[in-house]
Design a protein around this ligand. Structure first.
Ligand code: SF4
Ligand code: SF4
Length: 130
């Protein structure tokens, strides 16, 4: 099922950028503490494509330990949440983000199964200040 992509807690501390390499619109961002901004690349290590200002309070929660999808730019193309992309199953279509309730469906490779991931829906929006 298509939907805006949301990166959840399994990315924290992993951040291998496999999702960056498959996103066709460079809408997956990393926080740069030096410039206090969020930047995206066409491919991991390939140079900056887009930059947004960050919301200091929101971005301070996880900082540069994970990546963030700009939900205003995501085209719901599904590429990043195909099962063979994220090694830790961190990415979900927004409407499928599991809340930990009985019967919640997690990605098979999600290393944070059982957790309520819905916090990351709002966080994805809050970290971007523009
Ligand atoms: S592929 Fe998964 S672990 Fe890697 S950066 Fe993207 S969301 Fe994080
Ligand atoms: S669903 Fe497509 S456009 Fe959205 S973040 Fe993933 S790869 Fe990028």
């Amino acid at each position: 099922m298509t939907g805006i992509a949301i990166i959840t807690e399994a990315c924290i501390g992993v951040k291998d950028r496999a999702c960056v390499d498959v996103c066709p619109v460079q809408c997956i961002y990393e926080f740069d503490a030096v410039s206090n901004a969020l930047f995206s690349e066409a491919e991991a290590g390939g140079g900056v494509e887009h930059v947004h200002q960050s919301n200091p309070d929101a971005v301070a929660i996880f900082g540069d330990s994970m990546l963030y999808v700009n939900t205003n730019e995501c085209t719901s193309c599904t590429a990043c949440y195909e099962p063979d992309v994220c090694p830790v199953g961190a990415i979900y279509a927004e409407q499928n983000v599991p809340d930990g309730a009985a019967g919640s469906n997690y990605n098979s490779s999600d290393t944070a199964k059982g957790q309520d991931h819905t916090f990351f829906i709002q966080l994805s929006r809050d970290v971007f200040a523009d």
